[in-house]
Design a protein around this ligand. Structure first.
Ligand SMILES: *[C@@H]1O[C@H](CO)[C@@H](O)[C@H](O)[C@H]1NC(C)=O
Ligand SMILES: *[C@@H]1O[C@H](CO)[C@@H](O)[C@H](O)[C@H]1NC(C)=O
Length: 174
């Protein structure tokens, strides 16, 4: 019985090296950029669209849904840095007793060698922690088959307006 199973497996084992060499064409890419969540002013890029019916959740934003089309820039300054793309998607207040956001967004590149390509990011963002790690779950264009992770670090937070600039480092295999 065991021998028969082995015979069945042989063609699969023989095919394995071809699959391995195809995989070795895989690239590792590191991208650093800045994500700007503009909630204030006449042209916000992050807008709340829903909140919980109960009112006792404001401290952790539990039950809030925010839609974003946030600019992504090369450097930290939104006004002077080169725009490289947009972060489009949503984040949700998913922590009842602590600020814990569920991020669900596409980084859409709009220039350079990644123009037109996207990276899909999904994960937990405890926004008051120094470093937050989220999953890179896929991509398109240059980033087809992407997987990896993103690390977010708050660069600036305006307590009065709520506007935030966050440094994102993406580590992607694709
Ligand atoms: C609001 O939530 C806190 C913490 O969960 C609780 O102690 C408090 O009783 C709640 N207040 C109201 C008015 O429900
Ligand atoms: C990016 O690609 C779009 C669509 O092909 C094109 O219209 C645009 O000019 C490109 N942008 C840059 C900065 O290369």
């Amino acid at each position: 019985m065991a021998a028969a199973v082995l015979l069945l497996l042989l063609p699969i084992l023989a095919a394995a090296p071809a699959a391995a060499s195809a995989a070795s064409g895989e690239k590792s890419t590191h991208i650093k950029l800045y994500w700007h969540d503009v909630v204030s002013g006449p042209s916000p890029t992050a807008v709340p669209v829903a909140r919980a019916a109960v009112t006792n959740t404001s401290k952790t934003a539990f039950g809030m849904v925010i839609v974003i089309d946030d600019p992504l820039t090369e450097g930290p300054d939104l006004k002077s840095s080169k725009l490289v793309g947009r972060a489009q998607g949503t984040y949700i207040g998913a922590g009842k007793d602590e600020l814990s956001l569920m991020m669900n967004m596409n980084f859409v590149f709009q220039g350079g060698k990644y123009n037109g390509s996207t990276v899909a990011i999904m994960g937990r963002n405890a926004a008051f922690s120094a470093v937050r790690e989220m999953a890179v779950v896929g991509g398109t264009g240059v980033f087809r088959w992407a997987r990896g992770y993103a690390q977010a670090r708050t660069h600036a937070l305006d307590i009065k307006t709520g506007d935030a600039t966050v440094e994102y480092n993406l580590y992607i295999k694709h």
